[in-house]
Design a protein around this ligand. Structure first.
Ligand code: AMP
Ligand code: ZN
Length: 304
């Protein structure tokens, strides 16, 4: 049995994750959720004084905003759209007939105006752009959202529905690059507090197709994205638990987002994969939170 299946099985057995019959789609136990809540509180302690504006979006976004974002150019294979039944009574009868005879009942479903959010920050850029130019100090936002990516896998760290906590910075290139650098340092300190070994490396996103190869090279050559990696199901291939993205003026140009002096705004975001971090904690410290090292329990606010 490989390490991925074995960790997944142990998580199911312990009840921390709950099998829903689809790879990458799991229920979470109260204890698992509590670890995530506590880790988020620890993140907060590193961000106090930043005065980020908190905004919550649901896990679905405006299809027009999704189309404008450019996501389909890079990752069409990961996107998830929301479809619904929009037919008449006859269509309904056909649907029920299909169900009864084991045929595909989804063929008649039609696309709605909602697409599942692929990364917590995607709904933010058009929202902020609508407000007008950024203030002189730029913008700083705190987000958390369930995200969907169609990448079924038996690796428990590769889910189809998972939560991302993000900080997003908007402003001049200097402002956003400094923000990203600061969080790379904070990320290392944060993980050290909870006893997790990390390395930081340039990222390799799964850009689609032949055109994607160019985007991949561009991302690597220009250091547009770094990841903080922690071994979870493979020592040789540690898992990205945080990412640090510099989008340059991509979203600024796309949504006509400008700085206070009318320049196209640059943006950067820092994302925490919350389930991955919880899994890293369970993998490194054991499946029983009560048995975790004292320093780790203290950092997460558990009583001694
Ligand atoms: P990305 O936009 O790909 O950089 O994702 C941001 C963060 O979300 C990553 O650093 C991961 O920690 C987390 N993440 C990405 N994909 C998944 C997934 N399939 N399952 C769980 N967490 C993920
Ligand atoms: Zn982002």
């Amino acid at each position: 049995m490989d390490m991925q299946t074995s960790l997944l099985d142990r998580l199911f057995e312990s009840g921390l994750l709950i099998d829903m019959g689809v790879e990458g789609l799991y229920g979470r136990s109260g204890e698992f959720e509590d670890v995530i809540r506590r880790f988020e509180a620890l993140i907060e302690t590193f961000a106090t004084g930043d005065a980020a504006e908190a905004i919550s979006f649901p896990p679905g976004m405006n299809k027009a905003h999704f189309e404008g974002s450019g996501y389909l150019k890079s990752f069409p294979q990961l996107a998830g759209t929301v479809h619904s039944f929009c037919g008449n009574e006859l269509d309904h009868m056909n649907l029920l007939q299909c169900l009864e005879t084991g045929q595909d009942w989804t063929k008649g479903q039609e696309a709605t105006d909602i697409v599942l959010t692929p990364a917590a920050c995607y709904p933010l850029y058009p929202t902020v752009a609508k407000r007008g130019p950024l203030p002189v100090k730029g913008g700083l936002f705190a987000l958390q959202s369930y995200c969907f990516r169609h990448e079924p896998s038996n690796d428990p760290a590769r889910m189809q529905l998972f939560r991302m906590r993000e900080f997003v910075r908007m402003g001049t290139p200097e402002q956003v690059v400094a923000f990203r650098g600061e969080w790379m340092e904070r990320g290392k300190k944060l993980m050290a507090k909870v006893g997790l070994p990390v390395e930081i490396d340039v990222a390799n996103d799964p850009f689609f197709g032949r055109a994607g190869r160019m985007m991949k090279n561009n991302q690597r050559d220009q250091n547009l994205k770094f990841e903080l990696l922690i071994p979870i199901t493979s020592v040789a291939k540690p898992t990205a638990c945080m990412s640090f993205n510099y989008h340059q003026d991509h979203f600024g140009k796309t949504w006509e987002l400008t700085t206070s002096d009318g320049e196209v705004a640059h943006t950067a975001c820092v994302g925490f994969g919350l389930e991955r971090i919880a899994l890293a904690l369970f993998h490194h410290h054991g499946l029983r939170v009560a048995d975790w090292p004292t320093a780790v329990r203290e950092a997460l606010g558990y009583s001694a």
